[in-house]
Design a protein around this ligand. Structure first.
Ligand SMILES: Nc1ncnc2c1ncn2[C@@H]1O[C@H](COP(=O)(O)OP(=O)(O)O)[C@@H](O)[C@H]1O
Ligand SMILES: [Mg+2]
Length: 242
């Protein structure tokens, strides 16, 4: 079992979009038993799959040692389950801090190692105890970055933030999350970081939220679907080399 965190301290950079589409790739392209684990109170991952928050508050996982199995629901796709988030995660930083268990999230994800082969964490744009828990739980961290002349600097900042909160951390992989090659600055950002995977900026990606489906399910031949599939292949390759 491998845990892949989609992380940034910033909101609106494409974390949830990348997490939901990669989870679909893991389950459908790689045929992995996959769990998409939503840690953001906004609940975007569930929304993208048309899954409602569960009946039990999600914070009970961390504060009352509720088994994650009690919250997990199925999605419309084979092998792909979801652990939804809700408003109870508003105080997650302090819940973790009060709990005082450094590896609580790791313990919870590892408790599912028999049931799932891949767990994708959709992270909230938060630092502190949440990111420290995420770094201890994850085998690989994906950082979505909107393309700009400052992309490399923005990535360095995220890496520095991660290092500030976690002495040891897993490999961190940058991804240009909304690449529009009609724009000069985007083109320059890609040329400046040739090794970075990229997801094209595309209206089919925005439509995920309207259709409540990942791109691969309704536009499998689109450049965006291919971008997510290629990114997923790169992740599998990286995991195999760990
Ligand atoms: N590749 C893309 N092309 C077009 N729109 C995108 C793309 N990636 C993300 N978006 C849009 O950007 C917005 C923010 O994305 P989201 O995944 O919610 O970011 P985060 O989880 O980091 O806050 C959403 O409206 C989403 O539809
Ligand atoms: Mg999000």
């Amino acid at each position: 079992m491998a845990v892949i965190a989609i992380y940034s301290a910033k909101g609106g950079v494409g974390k949830t979009t990348v997490a939901a589409n990669l989870a679909w790739c893991a389950a459908t392209i790689s045929c992995r038993r996959t769990l998409l684990w939503d840690l953001d109170l906004a609940g975007g991952a569930g929304f993208l799959f048309g899954v409602e928050p569960g009946r039990k508050p999600a914070s009970a996982l961390y504060s009352q040692d509720l088994s994650p199995e009690k919250l997990i629901t199925r999605t419309a796709y084979d092998r792909l389950d979801l652990l939804p988030a809700d408003d109870s995660l508003r105080d997650l930083n302090s819940v973790f801090a009060r709990l005082g268990k450094r590896k609580q999230l790791r313990k919870l994800t590892q408790s599912l190692a028999k049931r799932y082969e891949r767990i994708i964490l959709d992270c909230p744009p938060a630092l502190g105890e949440i990111s420290a828990q995420v770094m201890r739980a994850a085998d690989l961290v994906i950082v979505p970055l909107p393309p700009s002349p400052l992309s490399a600097r923005a990535f360095d900042l995220v890496v520095r933030e991660i290092k500030a909160h976690a002495k040891v951390h897993p490999p961190i992989l940058p991804v240009l999350s909304m690449l529009d090659l009609r724009r000069n600055l985007h083109k320059q950002a890609q040329e400046a970081n040739p090794g970075w995977p990229a997801i094209p900026y595309a209206s089919v990606v925005e439509q995920c939220a309207v259709r409540h489906q990942p791109v691969g399910a309704f536009a499998p031949a689109s450049p965006a679907a291919r971008g997510f599939a290629q990114l997923w292949t790169a992740i599998e390759r990286k995991l195999a080399a760990l």
